[in-house]
Design a protein around this ligand. Structure first.
Ligand code: HDE
Length: 720
């Protein structure tokens, strides 16, 4: 009789404590026989038990009942925000001990690799929405440290829309699909969002970020991450400092164009998820450096803004970011539901050496994250789900509840006790027990916003002024698009009022697109505003910050030194000049880029010297928006076929429109001549035509490093 042997479940990464722990739960049915959940082998999984050939199914059929019942209960509520996400495992390695500022062991110990699990997400869309929505991205990192889990639950933008957690349900209700018709999906371009924003001037700074190219990342691997709030570090002597957390991607920060984003949403709604998965599978592990801005406690009031206000960032010119370690994502999850869906992040998961501040947004979040898991994961034992377990043992007197896994032995589940030897005992600070920072609070209860939170525009201006001209144009375009989708003219006008307090040119550009006028000071933003909005005073606290520009805020200043994992399309057909094709392919692959040959149909193409070259995609399955650059090799017949292929010409026109590098052999000039942009190529950077494959490859690679030639958008209307 065949026996089901319990499968060996080796750690995916021996030596990695989290991976070893997950290994105990990983199951693999390869070579095993099918069973019910109670282990009884199943003989027929295709037919239910019936009374006769054509008779009714029998209630007795425990196999049918179990299978259908489980299926009926397969779904859990999606996250109320950040529903769509992608996860990955990795490790964090510290460069240098940070013991001067924090006693957190994983930030003291340079020997240990701390396992991490990361989940990236969009905010507004449902679980099945497109990756390329214009949206903030969640950037949640769990460190499985030797002192318990530390979750850094951040975003890809350093500030937030609101200052106080009590406004979060309002913000999210406004941005989510409208309640009467559940439209639009994963988009802020609708009336309720802008109604709320136009009545909430504290959102001005975040709106600049959300309308910038940061909301359209080229890849999850190419975005920054931020802890947003000011946190506290506490060292072994009990000395505290304020800290802001940053993640700096080693591939730089890059985005796509809005028109491109919308097309990607149709061609591949899983674009970011696939990109992350494929990069890890191919061994091109995404990397970020962890940065910290440390502010000594005595400097708390040194700034023109309040450190507790999450609508403000600390400019790097004022407090430099020190890079203290590196995170590498090196393993995809085994099971999306078990890991990415069930992971329960919480910024309240901290370890000794890290502590909170009184940021009212942070304080509210401390309540929300446990509360939401209770509903989403079904009860108080969600920390026992494998992905949520710390790598250190858990001992306390919490007991029972739905789906309890631990079998706690012994008589006592209270403290203090004598019957159980007073175990588990409280840990003294010297034993690693968490002691909250002993902050002095001497205050009256008050339900109001601190005056130090009232400047809403100086950093919105700082951000806008720090952008390059193409980036500023993109913000104008984004707002023109979003407000253009708003039906209520009064909301558009109110937003123009807000924008005019940030930058007159910005407001003017958007007003032009909307066919409206920028409100003057005589038609202030608080016109027709309900008393609850409480925005009457804001204009009186318009404040000019001393810093006018901050370089790191512009993506134009990001790293542009690599083509690692960039995707290049080669358009080819029978008769292609394989020498040129292979030379360019080899040069790109040597620098870590990847190449796809796109041909009129799948299968093989026959080169001019009768070589067989595999077509990776056809013009039916591929789209320019899924690539970073395009190359057209020569070869008389190939060139003639490509020229005659409307989809290929569209591919090139669209790549040009999205400001991507384009290269063609001199022999493929007739393909370029069939494009819209052929007349522009002499002056246009980022388009090369050459008769020397090596020179071409060199220049092409240099262009791909630049990512995009945004200056090409003049004039900014290009057909494609
Ligand atoms: Fe969240 N947020 N949030 N948030 N948040 C959630 O928790 C909440 C805020 C962030 O990949 C929820 O487990 C409140 C800021 C990320 O699983 C929920 C407030 C920042 C994720 C929740 C905020 C974030 C969440 C929904 C205002 C950046 C996804 C599901 C005070 C610093 C984590 C869940 C993942 C998820 C509440 C504001 C980041 C409902 C009340 C600011 C990355 O608990």
């Amino acid at each position: 009789m065949a026996e089901n042997k319990k499968a060996e479940k080796p750690a995916a990464e021996p030596g990695n404590k989290k991976s070893e722990q997950l290994g105990q739960f990983r199951d693999d049915a390869t070579g095993q026989l099918m069973t019910t959940n109670t282990g009884t082998k199943i003989n027929d999984d295709n037919n239910s038990l019936k009374a006769g050939d054509r008779g009714p199914s029998l209630l007795e059929d425990f196999i049918l009942r179990e299978k259908i019942t489980h299926f009926d209960h397969e779904r859990i509520p999606e996250r109320v925000v950040h529903a769509r996400g992608s996860g990955a495992h990795g490790v964090f390695k510290l460069y240098e001990s940070q013991s001067a500022v924090t006693k957190a062991l994983f930030l003291n110990d340079t020997e240990t690799e701390t396992p991490v699990f990361v989940r990236f997400s969009t905010v507004a869309g449902s679980k099945g929405s497109s990756d390329l929505a214009r949206d903030v991205r969640g950037f949640a990192v769990r460190f499985y440290t030797q002192e318990g889990n530390f979750d850094l639950v951040g975003n890809n933008m350093p500030v937030f829309f609101i200052q106080d957690a009590i406004k979060f349900p309002d913000l999210i209700h406004a941005v989510k699909p409208e309640p009467d018709n559940e439209m639009p999906q994963a988009a802020s371009a609708h009336d309720t969002f802008w109604d709320f924003i136009s009545l909430t001037p504290e959102s001005a700074h975040m709106v600049m970020w959300a309308m910038s190219d940061r909301a359209l990342p080229r890849s999850l691997r190419m975005m920054e991450g931020f802890g947003v709030h000011t946190f506290r570090f506490v060292n072994a002597e009990g000395v505290a400092s304020f800290v802001k957390f940053h993640w700096k991607p080693l591939l730089g920060v890059h985005s796509v164009a809005w028109d491109e984003a919308q097309n990607i949403s149709g061609k591949d709604p899983d674009f970011h998820r696939r990109d992350l998965w494929d990069a890890i599978e191919s061994g091109a592990f995404p990397e970020w450096e962890l940065g910290v801005q440390i502010i000594p406690e005595e400097d708390e009031f040194k700034f023109e803004f309040d450190l507790l206000d999450s609508t403000k960032l600390v400019p790097e010119e004022l407090v430099p970011v020190q890079r203290i370690g590196k995170m590498t994502l090196n393993r995809n999850p085994d099971n999306f539901f078990a890991e990415t869906e069930q992971v329960a992040f919480h910024l309240g998961h901290i370890v000794p050496g890290i502590d909170f501040t009184n940021d009212p947004l942070l304080q509210g979040r401390l309540f929300s994250y446990t509360d939401t898991q209770l509903l989403r994961l079904g009860g108080p034992n969600f920390q026992e789900i494998p992905i949520n377990r710390p790598i250190v043992p858990v001992y306390n007197n919490q007991r029972d509840g739905h789906m309890r896994q631990a079998i706690n032995s012994g008589k006592t589940s209270y403290s203090p006790n004598t019957l159980g030897g007073n175990s588990p005992a409280q840990a003294k600070a010297a034993e690693g027990g968490f002691v909250s920072y002993n902050e002095r609070i001497d205050a009256r209860k008050i339900r109001a916003r601190s005056k130090s939170f009232l400047d809403h525009f100086s950093q919105a201006k700082l951000f806008f002024n720090s952008q390059s001209t193409p980036e500023q144009n993109h913000i104008v375009d984004a707002l023109s698009f979003e407000l253009g989708k708003v039906k209520t003219v009064a909301i558009r006008e109110r937003m123009l009022g807000i924008l005019s307090l940030i930058d007159k040119g910005l407001a003017g550009g958007v007003a032009y697109a909307l066919g409206l006028h920028v409100p003057t000071p005589e038609t202030p933003i608080n016109k027709n505003v309900p008393a609850d909005a409480d925005i009457a005073d804001y204009e009186s606290v318009i404040f000019e910050g001393s810093l006018k520009k901050s370089e790191p805020l512009s993506m134009a200043n990001t790293i542009k030194d690599s083509i690692q994992t960039r995707k290049v399309a080669i358009l080819a057909a029978d008769g292609v000049d394989e020498k040129a094709l292979l030379a360019v392919k080899k040069a790109i692959e040597a620098e870590g880029g990847s190449v796809n040959v796109i041909a009129p149909r799948l299968g093989f193409i026959t080169s001019k010297n009768d070589e067989q070259i595999q077509a990776d995609e056809s013009f039916l399955t591929a789209a320019s928006v899924l690539f970073d650059a395009v190359y057209v090799p020569g070869g008389t017949n190939s060139v003639a076929s490509i020229e005659a292929e409307p989809d290929a010409i569209h591919f090139l026109n669209e790549a040009f429109k999205h400001c991507k590098p384009i290269a063609a052999d001199a022999g493929a000039m007739q393909v370029i001549e069939a494009t819209y942009f052929s007349k522009k190529i002499e002056s246009d950077e980022g388009v090369i035509v050459s008769d020397n494959a090596n020179d071409l490859a060199k220049q092409f690679i240099a262009d791909i490093k630049q990512h995009r030639f945004w200056e090409r958008e003049k004039p900014r209307k290009i057909p494609a």
